[in-house]
Design a protein around this ligand. Structure first.
Ligand code: RB5
Length: 145
């Protein structure tokens, strides 16, 4: 099965997004980049909504990068079915998949360096959902459940 990572960033996250895209490619992921591809100042929600929509449609896992990752995670988590995890450490990235079934990773380019960000992405992509008792809890994340 093809593994797809849908990526997006604003101007602040552009450089790190490109570095992380290369990491994902090395891991065998097809990377779909929904922008931005310019260093001109831009608005992070525009990219968050595009990537989150694709993730909600089941087109792959997502990666969003802005200065802090905060704005991206706020916007992405407005989409039903999207569980965006803002991670600044490897343990959280692993647990976001194992316990929270996160399907979108947010990273802050002004918070973590490229080396750590690469390890965070690798942890996110190499772990899966444990299910079991976590299944019930994840279902309760959606307010309608
Ligand atoms: C852009 O200056 C910055 O506000 C944005 O990248 C992000 O950090 C917002 O959450």
């Amino acid at each position: 099965m093809a593994k797809t990572l849908i990526v997006g960033s604003d101007h602040a996250g552009l450089g790190l997004k490109r570095e992380l895209s290369a990491v994902a490619s090395e891991l065998g992921y097809e990377v779909v980049d929904l922008g931005t591809n310019s260093s001109d100042s831009t608005d992070y929600p525009d990219y968050a909504h595009q990537v989150a929509s694709a993730v909600a449609r089941g087109e792959g896992l997502g990666l969003l990068v802005c200065g802090t990752g905060i704005g991206m995670s706020m916007a992405a988590n407005r989409h039903a079915g999207v569980r965006a995890a803002l991670c600044g450490d490897v343990f959280s990235a692993s647990m976001s998949r194992q316990h929270n079934d996160a399907n979108l990773l947010c990273v802050g380019a002004r918070v973590v360096g490229p080396g750590l960000a690469g390890e965070i992405l690798k942890a996110f992509l190499s772990h899966g959902f444990e299910g079991g008792r976590h299944e019930r809890r994840v279902k309760k994340i959606e307010p309608s459940a």
